[in-house]
Write a protein that binds this ligand. Structure first.
Ligand code: NAP
Length: 303
């Protein structure tokens, strides 16, 4: 039985691995099919301390992975299919193979939320996207809508102006929740038009996006608008499928941890990063909580 298995490979998972490996716990990381987590779909990361001139998201993850490997972290590039408690620890099954450990650190992150429209699903990849940094390039010279009012919507609408002619930033309320500095950038960008109190209620088009149906959330008025692309930047859902029914979740569906620690309600099972943080959700806070999880696991094992 191993000391620690880490599930997930974003900033939280790799930081947990670096600390656990340096504590000689010989961690095993399941990095999943899309290693690196959300930073893999980001471009420039300007606010991760230590990189004065910024760093590309995928590069940051690559460096963290190498750093974890350098101290002896074992890495498996598969998804974990199940996790259960066994005598003296946990059993993780991946691709039919079982792995056992005394502790598990859960760092499975969060996934972009969708608008939930039938035609969004049908036209996904044909003008509908939840990742401006991945798909913005395909909208050169086109007009697009981006839905949302948080920092992601601000950041992604600015990013989309590199390609699109016109970006309509649509928000369901009359004010954004994004930080002032990000709002300012958007307001100063001539290519972005802000459309408040508006919801996208349908997406139109046979085999690619041709338009949307919009609803004014104040007057209730419905109108159609021609558009080439629809991006959602409306937050994230925590990836908790593995632990549903096993550990306590909070009212938003995120893993509940004891404040100031990475402890869940199950002894030996720790959580870090976005799967347990609906509030800060920054790469640096995820990394910090990964460090906490490794230290908590180490302390647990030493008792
Ligand atoms: P968020 O702050 O949760 O904002 C989500 C936005 O989407 C809100 O404005 C929300 O509207 C809207 N929304 C949610 N569901 C919707 C739906 N079904 N239809 C239409 N609109 C919907 O998420 P986020 O922007 O992804 O940011 C998450 C965290 O990451 C934040 O802490 C943020 O500061 C951080 N972040 C930081 C940076 C940076 O510093 N560079 C960049 C990106 C993100 P309401 O406002 O009406 O609820």
């Amino acid at each position: 039985m191993r000391d620690v298995i880490i599930i997930g490979s974003g900033p939280a998972g790799w930081t947990a691995a670096i600390y656990a490996a340096r504590a000689d716990l010989k961690p095993l990381v399941f990095e999943g099919h899309e290693p690196g987590g959300q930073l893999m779909t980001t471009t420039e990361v300007e606010n991760f301390p230590g990189f004065e001139h910024g760093i590309q998201g995928p590069d940051l993850m690559q460096v963290m992975r190498k750093q974890a490997a350098r101290f002896g972290t074992e890495i498996i590039s598969n998804m974990v299919d199940s996790l259960k408690q066994i005598d003296g620890g946990f059993e993780v099954v991946s691709k039919g193979e079982a792995y056992q450990a005394k502790t598990v650190i859960l760092s499975t992150g969060a996934t972009a939320r969708r608008l939930g429209l039938d035609n969004e699903k049908r036209l996904y990849g044909h003008g509908v996207s939840a990742c401006a940094t991945c798909d913005g390039f395909f909208f050169k010279g086109k007009n697009v809508i981006i839905v949302g009012g948080g920092d992601s919507a601000m950041e992604e609408s600015s990013f989309l102006t590199r390609f699109a002619d016109r970006v309509y930033l649509m928000h369901r309320r009359g004010e954004f929740r994004a930080s002032k500095i990000m709002q300012e950038r958007v307001r100063n960008n001539q290519k972005i038009e802000i459309v408040l109190n508006t919801e996208v209620t349908d997406i139109l088009g046979a085999d690619h996006v041709e338009g949307v149906v919009l609803k004014d959330t104040v007057s209730g008025e419905i109108r159609e608008m021609k558009i080439d692309g629809v991006f959602a930047a409306i937050g994230h859902e925590p990836n908790v499928a593995l632990v549903k029914g096993l550990i306590d979740l909070d009212e938003k569906g995120y893993v509940k941890t004891v404040p100031g620690t990475s402890k869940t309600n199950i002894e030996g099972l720790f959580a870090c990063g976005d799967v347990q943080d609906s509030r800060y959700r920054q790469a640096v806070t995820a990394a910090g909580s990964g460090c906490m999880a490794a230290l908590d696991a180490e302390k647990f094992l030493s008792h």
